[in-house]
Write a protein that binds this ligand. Structure first.
Ligand SMILES: [Zn+2]
Length: 639
């Protein structure tokens, strides 16, 4: 038996003066969750790829985000609402959420590494938020002073419950990490206003931008108060009833129990689906679960770019129709993060590795590109082809993406591993990141898995089991979709693992010092799209392991738009001085010279293109736009 937390329906309150397990998403007592995540403070990351990135996030990116909250006036708005600053409201009507996401990020960062300066700033910001709250519990600085009469009058556009949702998530993180209820008390008081105004069973109410739903479920998980789960369900069931003008864009076109086609604003849709998945984890709602399966199939089967980016339309940051995926999709960074949020919840319910695959793929190829190598500049949109003008920026007037990246990276250790007890004790590794994972078995035995990983540059992964006494459990390691035929040894002897829904399962009685080594083949693969994806017709992406690659003009003397692949290229790995620590791929491919050719001409299959050899350098897509601007392409034409 692996120790699980308090069963459902038993109130869980923050320990007085103590610190709760630092889960990001806590399904340890969720009745319909198969998996329970290992809390992020029971995970230590020691990984050549991830450690410097997580350190940079917690030191540089978090600091830059704080400075931006200062300079954009987002923090000033709270001081103004608290009566300690004057002047007009600054920024967008949802800028409070930037601060809340920064608070959440800071909490996750402090859960792993104490940083006195960060802790001091966090304490100051939390005190500022608390001071800005009105006596009746209301807290939204856009409406605090100037627009008191406009509160709750524009659920479609004004994001009041969206901001509240981020406050709740920040408060949950704060309570779990600090053991202090200061921010939690603020969030509960503010949420009780929504509870009274849109009382379950009486008055429908939902926000034009979902977010509160999933936050309410996490609040339920923290406090054990069932009213928050009931309010989350009520918020979901308020859709499809005209509360938001029946808008398909706002996911109000039909009840959530009938929504089976991915549509609307991408981030809003995915936050809504994540909230649905959270509810299913708690109450096992079969209708919602069935719809989520259909939505997932539509999302990944028809509406995802090769990079894992989603939300193809620039018009409205929205999903397009099936196969409506151009080479310049919108692909908002937040939408990729939301995909991971949804996939994580689906994985926790089912233990199905296809959700793990999407998490990993999206993390490497759709989230990491959103952050510069310096750690201080961000992409909002993520096209897979560009002429050199799309560059990362320090912040945005609509600043949703940067603090979303900081909170995901700060909490990443919480997504590495989980445990399950049925049908037998299992320890699951989801992300192949080196470090240590500690869990406690039901008989009191402490087990620590210490791993080293060559990912994403090589497919080597090794884990050593440390336990006080011999321990019997299943070790479940990823069987990624990008790799076939993994070779496994236990203590040096070749071993066969059971393959189960995307995981390699090794069950035995383990002795301390046992070592499992997995070698995942990582050949270069050329990946083509579905024939109906017209813009990718006769084009392929260069993929190795979990990394999508691209070509950038700066690495080539010929125009990269002229490059062609035959499909039988021999590939080598190399490094570039300007991309330290990054492995790139090189090959002799082909180019189609186009001198003196007009934009259009009559097609002649014989003379249309005379190929010449050309050297090709493919860099991981997440590294693009960190050097001089120029043409970039992911999908390359076949010769
Ligand atoms: Zn965003």
């Amino acid at each position: 038996m692996i120790t699980r937390a308090t069963p459902d329906d038993v109130p869980v309150t923050p320990d007085a003066g103590g610190v709760r397990a630092r889960h990001v998403v806590d399904t340890s007592a969720s009745r319909f969750a198969r998996l329970s995540p290992v809390p992020l403070d029971a995970v230590t990351v020691s990984d050549t790829f991830w450690s410097p990135r997580l350190r940079r996030n917690n030191e540089l990116t978090l600091r830059a985000a704080y400075e931006q909250c200062l300079t954009t006036g987002a923090l000033h708005n709270f001081a103004r609402a608290a009566g300690t600053a004057s002047g007009p409201f600054q920024g967008r009507y949802y800028s409070d959420s930037d601060v809340y996401k920064w608070v959440e990020s800071a909490c996750w960062a402090l859960a792993i590494d104490d940083d006195p300066d960060l802790r001091r700033r966090l304490d100051e910001v939390v005190a500022l938020i608390a001071a800005a709250q009105a006596e009746d519990g209301y807290l939204n600085t856009y409406f605090s002073l100037d627009r008191v009469g406009e509160r709750w009058t524009d659920l479609i556009n004004k994001h009041e419950m969206y901001c509240l949702g981020h406050l709740v998530q920040a408060a949950v993180a704060h309570a779990r990490v600090t053991g202090c209820s200061t921010l939690l008390d603020v969030a509960v008081a503010a949420t009780e206003l929504v509870e009274r105004r849109y009382r379950p069973g009486e008055t429908y109410g939902a926000c034009g931008h979902p977010e509160l739903e999933l936050a309410l479920v996490e609040l339920y998980r923290l406090t054990g108060e069932r009213r928050w789960l009931e309010l989350a369900v009520w918020q979901l069931d308020s859709r499809g009833r005209g509360v938001l003008d029946g808008s398909e864009y706002l996911l109000d076109h039909e009840p959530v129990r009938e929504q089976r086609v991915v549509t609307g604003h991408a981030v809003r849709a995915l936050y809504l689906y994540a909230g649905m998945a959270d509810v299913v984890l708690e109450n096992g709602d079969e209708d919602l679960a069935d719809n989520l399966d259909a939505l997932w199939d539509d999302l990944t089967g028809h509406k995802t770019s090769i990079t894992g980016g989603v939300g193809a339309r620039w018009d409205g940051e929205a999903f397009g129709d099936a196969y409506e995926l151009s080479d310049r999709p919108y692909n908002e960074t937040c939408a990729a993060i939301a995909t991971i949020m949804l996939a994580w919840r689906m994985l926790l319910r089912t233990g199905d590795g296809r959700y793990r695959d999407v998490m990993e793929w999206t993390l490497f190829n759709a989230v990491l590109p959103g952050l510069s190598a310096s750690g201080t500049e961000f992409f909002y949109q993520n096209p897979i082809s560009d002429g050199g003008r799309h560059r990362r920026r320090p912040w945005f007037e609509c600043a949703c993406c940067p603090p979303n990246i900081t909170r995901l990276l700060a909490s990443l250790p919480g997504y590495i591993a989980s445990t399950s007890t049925k049908p037998r004790d299992s320890i699951w590794i989801h992300l192949l990141i080196g470090g240590a994972v500690s869990v406690g078995l039901g008989d009191g035995t402490a087990v620590t898995l210490t791993s080293t990983s060559g990912l994403p540059w090589s497919g080597s992964y090794e884990v050593e089991i440390m336990c006080e006494t011999d321990a019997t459990f299943e070790l479940r390691l990823p069987q990624p979709g990008w790799s076939a035929g993994a070779a496994i040894t236990v203590n040096g002897s070749p071993t066969t693992a059971i393959s189960d829904a995307g995981y390699l399962v090794l069950e035995r009685t383990w002795t301390t010092g046992d070592r499992v080594r997995v070698t995942y083949p990582t050949p270069v693969r050329l990946v083509e799209a579905h024939p109906r994806l017209a813009t990718a017709h006769r084009r392929v992406a260069i993929v190795r392991g979990p990394l999508v690659h691209c070509v950038e003009q700066t690495d080539h003397t010929v125009n990269v738009l002229d490059l062609r692949l035959r499909g039988d290229e021999a590939w080598q790995t190399a490094t570039l001085p300007a991309l330290s620590g990054v492995s790139v791929l090189t090959s002799t491919a082909a180019r189609c010279p186009v001198a003196d050719q007009g934009l259009y001409r009559t097609f002649d299959p014989v003379t249309s293109c005379r190929l010449e050899p050309a050297e090709l350098v493919a860099v991981p897509y997440f590294t693009w736009a960190n050097r001089e601007p120029g043409q970039m392409n992911v999908m390359l034409p076949l010769a």
